[in-house]
Ligand binder design. Sequence first.
Ligand SMILES: [Fe+2]
Ligand SMILES: [Fe+2]
Length: 192
Amino acid sequence: MKDAIAVLKSEHRSISAVLHGLKELARMAQDATVRPRFQVLRSMLRYIDEYPERLHHPKEDEHLFARVLQRAPEARALVDQLQAEHREGAQLIRELERALLFFEEGWPLGAREFAQAVEAYAEFHWMHMRKEEQELLPIAERVLTAGDWNAIDRAFAANRDPVADIEHRDYEKLFTRIANLAPAPVGLGERW
Ligand SMILES: [Fe+2]
Ligand SMILES: [Fe+2]
């Protein structure tokens, strides 16, 4: 498998893991007798908001998608759709943040709305990642040249957001922290 494809897929797996964890915690949080540790939920939201936004989508938009379009103009409709989903995802996250804020301030009210917002976002994002892996990547593998892949690999290797001065390893740290703080069965943290 090409390095760049392995990178993208592994980033999808990390996002997916946090989405699964968030869904499970939102389910546990339906128990109105135990106050969730909201900091864990906030950290998870931060991860699924910033990591795709700052490191993952830029790689797709600026490097992979751009080159696929040069070699396969017929992929335009698919690429437009995926890029529209990047923007839509950023909006959906704001709704999720609002639901979490309401939940935290109004606890135990708002648990169901929060779980519904998590569910909606997770479904949306899984659909998006599936479309990339099942529709876009096969086209990329078919049309991109060795030179294209070298350029994409080089661009991916930088792996940082120069504006925010954030690097891939900052998100690895955040991911580890989430795993340490989240209660079982999601993570290794204490029970709520
Ligand atoms: Fe994407
Ligand atoms: Fe992606």
